[in-house]
Design a protein around this ligand. Structure first.
Ligand code: PMP
Length: 397
């Protein structure tokens, strides 16, 4: 066997470097995980409460979940993403997956096996989450890019995006970030989503929504599901990968779902049987612990309400950090326009810093961010934001 070296994963490499750096001024803005104002991971109060309830249940056990996952999770997750009175009701199959990544992978394999035309390519945004290309290529797809970010203005290149959708052959697969685009933090407006849906319908393209940040973009789960619900209302067949890593803070518990919206309830048995088969072949059954926590929160109106408030708090803190960073950069007179820091939404900001500046920040200032200049705004807090702004200012001058 001759096995060539796999390319290093940028984010994982960054985590190793950051962990090895014990400098007291270190700031980790690499990993996309929420941190509190002291830089610590946050276990949501509703997660603590759900765990307490699980452990006080005398029937709690570690048995396998059934095929398709935990119904309390999949049904609650379906309502969360499509809304309570969705026109898709009765023609959606929702299956539990290994968080958002697992949902992406099952979707990628499913599309490779059944999407017509069989030579349809997968189009990912330029740029996108580093794993999209790897996942779809691993599943055997040819992966191409559509324009997304205007790298000069750091705004959405809507014309380029729509042109690329028009220029693609009919019936291609488009990977769309439902909200809080990773890595740019740039989302289409509602009007732009309507244009995107119109062009995709004209060209017969298939939407695959990746939704890893519902609740993080606007702080409101319904607003963050706008695009998905619009496409459903427009009658698209589609897939949605949904993660509870960020919005419920269940990162390592690997809790997520894949939803398949079919044209008619009559095809649900076939679609669900194939998705179950793929799941069985790869993970056998989904992981139970995170699903039980998320299912408990989604099913209990009181916990659900508290969870919405926690999401609101997380997104509010991130937004406050955006303003602090921008204001400090403006105050320092740092060259450039910093409006994009507060215009972009979600967990990330695409700063526009060059690879060389990112490197200088890492080696001279102990600040860690991805090479493309993306920062996880959740890593900022009132103790480090001045230092971050001053360091950015220093490497830019
Ligand atoms: N999609 C996107 C766009 C993401 O940013 C992430 C997390 N970084 C994921 C999917 C998957 O995350 P997880 O597997 O942890 O749910």
């Amino acid at each position: 066997m001759c096995v060539p070296q796999a390319p290093a994963d940028g984010i994982l490499k960054l985590s190793v470097l950051s962990r090895a750096d014990s400098h007291p001024a270190k700031v980790d803005l690499g990993v996309g995980a929420y941190r509190d104002n002291d830089g610590n991971p946050w276990v949501l109060p509703v997660v603590h409460e759900a765990e307490r309830r699980l452990h006080s249940d005398p029937n709690f056990n570690h048995e396998y979940l059934g095929v398709g996952g935990l119904p309390a999770l999949t049904s609650g997750a379906q309502k969360l993403i499509f809304g309570k009175d969705s026109p898709a009701q009765g023609r959606v199959y929702s299956m539990q997956t290994i968080s958002g990544t697992g949902a992406n992978m099952v979707a990628a394999v499913f599309l490779k096996q059944f999407k017509e035309p069989s030579d349809a390519c997968v189009y990912i945004s330029k740029p996108t989450w580093g794993n999209h290309r790897s996942i779809f290529e691993t599943a055997g797809h040819k992966v191409l890019e559509y324009r997304y970010c205007n790298y000069e203005t750091l705004k959405l290149d809507i014309d380029g995006m729509l042109d690329d959708m028009r220029a693609a052959p009919m019936g291609q697969i488009f990977v769309l970030h439902a909200c809080a685009h990773n890595p740019t933090g740039i989302d289409p407006t509602e009007e732009q989503w309507r244009e995107i849906a119109k062009v995709m319908k004209e060209r017969g393209h298939f939407p695959f929504f990746d939704c890893a940040y519902q609740g993080f973009a606007t702080g409101d789960v319904d607003s963050d599901a706008y695009a998905i619900r619009l496409f459903v209302a427009e009658g698209f067949e589609l897939l949605v990968a949904q993660s509870f890593a960020k919005n419920m803070g269940l990162y390592g518990e690997r809790t997520g779902c894949l939803h398949a919206v079919c044209q008619s309830p009559s095809v649900l048995p076939q679609v669900s049987s194939q998705l179950n088969r793929l799941s069985r072949a790869t993970i056998s059954t989904a992981s139970a612990y995170g699903a039980k926590i998320a299912g408990t929160v989604l099913e209990d109106p009181e916990l659900y309400g508290e969870w919405l408030m926690s999401m609101h708090d997380m997104s509010k803190r991130i937004l406050a950090m955006r303003w602090l960073l921008k204001n400090k950069l403006v105050k320092l007179g740092t060259p450039g326009n910093w409006d994009h820091v507060t215009e972009q939404i979600g967990m990330f900001s695409f700063t526009g810093l060059t690879k060389k500046q990112v490197e200088a920040l890492r080696t001279e200032y102990h600040m860690y961010m991805t090479d493309d200049g993306r920062i996880s705004v959740a890593g900022l807090n009132t103790h480090n934001v001045d230092y971050v702004a001053e360091s950015i200012d220093a490497v830019i001058r």
